[in-house]
Design a binder for this molecule. Structure first.
Ligand SMILES: C[S@@+](CC[C@H](N)C(=O)[O-])C[C@H]1O[C@@H](n2cnc3c(N)ncnc32)[C@H](O)[C@@H]1O
Ligand code: SF4
Length: 354
């Protein structure tokens, strides 16, 4: 007790933060109950609880989790030096709990789920991921199910088993020069990242999955011209991110990565974009656009709020429900729409030339 008191005296910030969060939760619950009472239960005895809930949502301006990124594992077989979602825990939810959370999200309005990590194909050799992908498409009937992966662990068998249930597969590739990938850490040993990329591109074609590429622009690849390779690979979307720093992940004392040496300026990022202005599928994401425009769920199904430059976790949706947790997500819906977060995301609607 004495030790606890002295540590609180030294650094009272976490306690104050907890106090404010609890107070906000209590006020929101009180407000919900009040709105429910005035909107439905009191005025019109025939109003259903779901009508009242929808009304309460509107009044409270609660965010709908239309598009969610579930980072169910933090473990990875690569060592990208700039990585902003690092192996701080090795926790993964039991499959049935993950499914329960995904159902809660669907009931709260989720239309698109993206599975990320860590490396999502690592846990249970991709079976955990496959089962969730199948569940989201078959049971929850989500319009869009996607994955972002480094591509190194994917086998053709996975496509045979689960390809039908997947809309989009994004593979991250930051350079078309093997040496640069080695320097970045975007590799496992001396294996070729690029051979995998091309192999997966072909499997996507064979198994009718839309293929996407993600690239992080940093000091190691800033002078590259990737036009030829991207045109050859012909992804449905090429996401180009400006390398982002997150305290506690890839910057600051407690971080597992030190990404400062990868950071580029806004002007350098603009120059890279100008060089690639002829690539029609390019979707740029500067630090400003990226920081708060994603709904991120961590391995415990807690929303991560990046507004303070860190990833501050909410309570788990499994404990408090989606609506309570999402209040602490820091999500900027306007920026999400501005960066083109809502697009044709069902493969059935893409009219692809398979
Ligand atoms: C954290 S990774 C997890 C999925 C998978 N391991 C991969 O690399 O694709 C998700 C995406 O974030 C990108 N990313 C990682 N660190 C980043 C950073 N510091 N700034 C911007 N994007 C980053 C990755 O390149 C990848 O496209
Ligand atoms: S960005 Fe690199 S290190 Fe981070 S999770 Fe993806 S592959 Fe692993």
């Amino acid at each position: 007790m004495k030790m606890f008191l002295s540590s609180v005296m030294k650094s009272p910030k976490p306690l104050v933060h907890l106090f404010i969060q609890t107070l906000r939760c209590m006020l929101v619950s009180l407000f919900s109950a009040l709105v429910y009472w005035t909107a439905g239960a009191c005025k019109d005895a025939s109003a259903s609880p779901s009508d009242a809930k929808a009304h309460a949502n509107k009044v409270q301006n609660v965010t709908t989790p239309t598009s969610v990124n579930y980072h169910f594992t933090r473990k990875c077989n690569y060592k990208c030096g700039f990585c902003f979602h690092t192996a701080k825990t090795s926790f993964v939810l039991p499959l049935e709990e993950a499914k329960r959370g995904l159902r809660l999200l669907m009931e709260a309005g989720m239309e698109k789920i993206n599975f990320s990590g860590g490396e999502p194909f690592l846990h249970d050799k991709g079976e955990f991921l496959g089962k969730l992908v199948q569940f989201c498409k078959e049971d929850l009937q989500l319009p869009s199910v996607s994955i972002v992966s480094n591509g190194s662990m994917i086998k053709e068998k996975w496509f045979q088993k689960y390809g039908d249930f997947l809309d989009i597969l994004a593979i991250s590739c930051d350079s078309f020069d093997e040496e640069t990938n080695q320097l970045i850490g975007r590799t496992q040993g001396r294996k070729s990242h690029l051979d995998n990329l091309y192999k997966i591109r072909n499997w996507c074609q064979d198994y009718k999955v839309a293929f996407k590429i993600n690239s992080v622009i940093n000091t190691f690849n800033i002078d590259e011209d990737m036009t030829e390779h991207i045109n050859q690979l012909n992804p449905v979307r090429w996401k180009v991110f400006q390398c982002l720093l997150i305290d506690g992940e890839n910057a600051g004392e407690e971080a597992l990565r030190e990404a400062e040496r990868f950071v580029i300026s806004d002007q350098q990022f603009e120059e890279f974009l100008d060089r690639h202005s002829g690539v029609s599928c390019l979707v740029p994401e500067s630090n400003e656009k990226m920081r708060n425009s994603y709904l991120i769920l961590d391995e415990y199904m807690r929303f991560l709020d990046c507004r303070e430059g860190r990833k501050d976790p909410s309570k788990s949706i499994l404990d408090v429900g989606v609506q309570q947790a999402i209040l602490f997500s820091g999500f900027d819906e306007k920026m999400f729409l501005m960066r083109g977060g809502k697009y044709t995301w069902s493969k059935a609607d893409m009219k692809l030339d398979w």
